[in-house]
Design a protein around this ligand. Structure first.
Ligand code: NIG
Ligand code: FE
Length: 405
């Protein structure tokens, strides 16, 4: 265990902690012991007794510092790509029609099953590195393109290997109930039985941090989703849900009943769904990339979520079908332009609220006791993180107080 004391001084801190807008500290400093922040505040108030014990000191030259970014909803591990399907949609085919005809998620399942472990790892690693270049320090990765015990385990293992081999925290989510694989055609209930039966085996291999499902006309019914959630609850696993993306299925209220960490997409979320999420403390994960790429026009009920006090996170939803984006900063911009979040709400959405959507209490803000995961930016004010698009102002990243080079 490393107990070294490290200081960063001469920084503008957007801590996202406390009452001030952005948790702002104009002339800030931070001290870490090992991987954890020990003290954060105004440089003039640095405790002298700690300064005497310093091992390392960094002068950040007045640069802006934020918590490390957290991408809390991705489908990063898959084979192939779906540019041809994009072209079909541009010619007028709908996402649902393509899925019903056996394309969509199923075409990625076929490509994932034929890819080797090494191919899956190499492609996912490149994508993770693209996200990391923009300051992502924690990444959630779902399965859901394997849809058999063997292939779901393969995809989740690749996700775990990324977390072990890159300077990045990875959280894995089992999304067996993503689509019906061809070998279960016409037997969706039997497939849900299988998804539930595989769960303890995957958990025993250390591959599952949370469980997700796609509750939708082209996915699984409310009753089937409930069965998946019951299986998760029996194993003590937290749940999340792809809810009300294309239609209102009442999925959010069901997820809230199970104390879900998050409901994601939620373009068609009802008032009852919002009330249930507010009651259970479930995070609303907004995915503007999928909204944009599907040329959706049904905006999630942002004002009502805000009024109800539901925390809102923002994520890439990186996947080959509905959001082939590898820029979390672009999602900040889109959350503001398309969904009317404020730039501060958007930044909270990829830090403190994204952490909560993953059930992580040790990150997302710059305050004593949190992990020393943070980014140094080449911008003057944090609102610029949502303002520029197609520019990467990320200069330096520290993960557990160690600089990522
Ligand atoms: O989050 N909606 C379901 N799942 C993914 C898309 C999966 C795909 O089309 O490959 C999503 O949008
Ligand atoms: Fe998704």
């Amino acid at each position: 265990m490393n107990h070294d004391l490290t200081l960063w001084r001469h920084a503008k801190l957007a801590t996202l902690h406390g009452e001030a807008a952005w948790g702002w500290i104009e002339h800030g400093a931070m001290l870490a012991q090992g991987e954890t922040l020990l003290w954060v505040g105004a440089e003039s108030a640095l405790p002298k007794e700690l300064i005497q014990r310093l091992q390392t000191s960094h002068d950040l030259g007045g640069a802006l510092v934020t918590p490390g970014l957290i991408d809390c909803h991705t489908h990063l591990v898959y084979g192939g790509q779906r540019a041809a399907e994009f072209e079909l949609r541009l010619q007028g085919a709908s996402y649902e029609a393509i899925a019903r005809a056996g394309g969509g998620i199923r075409s990625t399942v076929a490509a994932t099953r034929t890819a080797t472990d090494a191919q899956l790892l190499a492609s996912a690693r490149q994508r993770a590195q693209a996200l990391m270049a923009e300051g992502v320090t924690t990444l959630e990765i779902k399965s859901g393109y394997g849809l058999s015990l063997e292939h779901e385990a393969r995809c989740l293992s690749v996700a775990r290997q990324l977390g072990q081999s890159l300077p990045l925290s990875v959280r894995t989510t089992y999304l067996g109930a993503h689509a019906l694989p061809p070998e279960f055609e016409g037997q969706s209930d039997a497939y849900v039985d299988a998804v539930c039966a595989w769960m303890p085996q995957l958990q025993a291999q250390g591959l599952v941090d949370a469980v997700d499902a796609f509750c939708e006309n082209i996915g699984f019914t409310l009753a089937q989703t409930r069965r998946v959630f019951e299986a998760a609850r029996n194993l003590g696993l937290p749940v999340k849900l792809h809810a009300e993306q294309l239609s209102d299925q009442g999925g959010a209220a069901l997820a809230a009943e199970f104390g879900a960490l998050s409901c994601d997409h939620i373009e068609h979320l009802s008032n009852q769904g919002i009330a249930a999420m507010a009651q259970s403390g479930t995070v609303a994960v907004l995915l503007p990339g999928a909204y944009y790429f599907l040329r959706d026009t049904h905006v999630p009920p942002i004002a009502a979520l805000r009024a109800a006090g539901v925390p809102m996170a923002v994520s890439t939803d990186h996947n080959p079908g509905t959001s082939p984006s590898l820029s979390l900063l672009l999602m900040l911009n889109m959350a503001c332009t398309l969904f009317r979040l404020t730039p501060e709400e958007a930044l909270r959405g990829v830090t403190v609220h994204a952490a909560r959507a993953l059930g992580l209490q040790d990150r997302g803000q710059l305050v004593a006791g949190q992990r020393a995961d943070f980014c140094v930016w080449d911008v003057g004010h944090p609102n610029e993180l949502a303002y520029w698009f197609g520019r990467n102002p990320c200069q330096r990243v520290f993960v557990g107080a160690q600089e990522r080079l």
